[in-house]
Design a protein around this ligand. Structure first.
Ligand code: AMP
Ligand code: ZN
Length: 461
């Protein structure tokens, strides 16, 4: 069965044709690990999970790389301000490497909690500096870069066209531009690829241009080429990546190899909160832990996400999350009824449901429509184990643990939660005595904390 995918590059739903017959190569822009990932961030990875699972359902093998940005992402995507890692390190009074390790692990734990199938390759920017340096040299050698006092910039005027993905006109961008951060920059949309580190910049490396660190966009071009080759099948990210980050990745690849690096560019829309943006200052930025504290297990968020197609904005409200919780519970109950069902179902009925489900997921990952087929199966009046088998097959794509009971989420008081976070930090810093002291305080408040292979678990005593 054909798969159709919406390609931001062409603004069309296209028939998917991989470069190799049986294997699909994907690159996904990963998180910048300078603070707790929020439920909006996870929308981008739930979308990535659906893509992986749908391709696998169609019999493809995957070679998928995702980066972890632990250096070089400045406060503005357009290369202005401080490195986000350095800023977090300054605020938390920690080493930026510690910050990266801590938040990367939280992010990866979140992927597991959400049953997100992990990419085959997870690559950290700081572990690929030499590869990036070689990539910069290639861009320079090909004549697509220039130096200012502090930065090597990509010269966008050397390209036949800049802005192929977002379809922006450079002149329009110029007209709306703010005062330049670096007066030596030649064109407004030129961007940093290699940056000279100040003395107090901790993350820096010896290079052909002295002690430097890479620009954010560079890591994705260099690592995707390293792991997947000059041209691969699919590149994913959030819609915020379209106008700058992905545009710049394309520019860099054209500069280094002369090619656009991926055939299909897929982007997921944003999760909004109460119709607006999530932000720390508005106090409406939620993490998986915040959800758990209110009694919502992570898979409820996954169920909630299936309520909208990945290319439409989705509005988060606690009411909607609660409806998703009820729906997930009913789904599992419906599965359980089929599992013990004794009625005979004609094979053609099963096959028809399977085909309808398959058709929907292959239509640009329409999990929302696919869910309505799932509900038809759940509500089918005759109960049969064959339907339970079918639902488990659907769950290879949905990954909602349909055959497992709902998790009882303990509502943990703020005070205990804070102590648990302090203890996690103490353990990351190998301060074992402090960790034990904090544990005793947690016990005094009536909770126990256990270290399991899946991470820290907090329970009422
Ligand atoms: P960052 O850590 O800021 O680089 O973001 C990691 C991923 O989360 C990127 O793919 C972003 O596009 C995505 N993202 C950030 N905020 C949201 C949101 N509110 N809804 C959906 N995706 C988001
Ligand atoms: Zn990227």
């Amino acid at each position: 069965m054909h798969i159709k995918l919406y390609n931001t590059l062409t603004r069309e739903k296209e028939d998917f044709k991989p470069i190799e017959d049986n294997r699909v190569k994907i690159y996904s822009c990963g998180p910048t690990v300078y603070s707790y990932p929020h439920i909006g961030n996870y929308r981008a990875y739930l979308f990535m999970d659906s893509l992986r699972r749908v391709l696998k359902y169609n019999g493809y093998d995957l070679l998928h790389a995702m980066n972890i940005t632990d250096v070089g992402h400045l406060v503005s995507d357009a290369d202005e301000g401080e490195d986000k890692m350095m800023k977090a390190a300054r605020i938390e009074k920690k080493d930026p490497y510690e910050i990266a390790e801590f938040y990367m692990n939280i992010f990866l734990e979140g992927l597991e909690k959400l049953n997100i199938s992990k990419p085959e390759i997870i690559c950290r920017a700081t572990e690929h500096i030499k590869i990036m340096e070689d990539y910069v040299k290639k861009i320079i050698e090909n004549g697509y870069a220039y130096e200012t006092d502090k930065t090597i910039y990509f010269d966008t005027s050397k390209l036949d066209k800049y802005g192929v993905l977002s379809k922006i006109k450079i002149d329009e961008q110029k007209a709306g531009a703010r005062v330049e951060f670096d007066q030596q920059k030649k064109n407004n949309v030129d961007f940093a690829i290699w940056i000279k580190a100040d003395e107090n910049h901790i993350m820096k490396w010896d290079s052909f241009w002295g002690k430097c660190y890479p620009g954010w966009h560079l890591e994705c071009s260099a690592m995707s080429q390293h792991y997947l080759g000059d041209v691969f099948d699919i590149h994913t990210g959030g819609v915020d990546h379209i106008p700058i980050h992905h545009e710049n990745e394309i520019a860099q690849s054209k500069g280094a190899t002369g090619k656009i690096p991926a055939h299909y560019w897929m982007h997921c829309e944003f999760l909004q909160i109460n119709g607006g943006k999530m932000s720390k200052s508005l106090g409406n930025l939620y993490t998986l832990d915040d959800l758990a504290q209110k009694g919502y297990e992570p898979l409820v968020l996954k169920m909630f996400n299936y309520g909208s197609h990945y290319r439409t904005q989705i509005n988060f409200t606690w009411e909607a999350l609660n409806s998703a919780k009820i729906a997930l519970k009913r789904l599992k109950e419906g599965y359980a009824k089929h599992l013990v069902g004794k009625e005979n179902i004609d094979r053609t009925v099963i096959d028809e449901f399977e085909e309808k489900f398959h058709k929907e997921i292959n239509d640009d990952l329409n999990l929302t429509n696919a869910m309505s087929i799932v509900w038809e199966v759940i509500r089918y009046p005759k109960k049969s184990k064959d339907f339970a088998d079918l639902l488990r097959k659907f769950d290879e794509v949905l990954a909602l643990d349909i055959d497992k009971p709902m998790k009882q989420m303990e509502v943990i008081p703020e005070e205990v939660k804070k102590l648990v976070a302090d203890r996690t930090k103490a353990r990351a810093e190998k301060k074992w005595d402090l960790s034990d002291e904090i544990r005793n305080e947690i016990i005094k408040l009536g909770y126990n904390v256990k270290d399991t292979k899946d991470g820290m678990v907090v329970e009422k005593i």
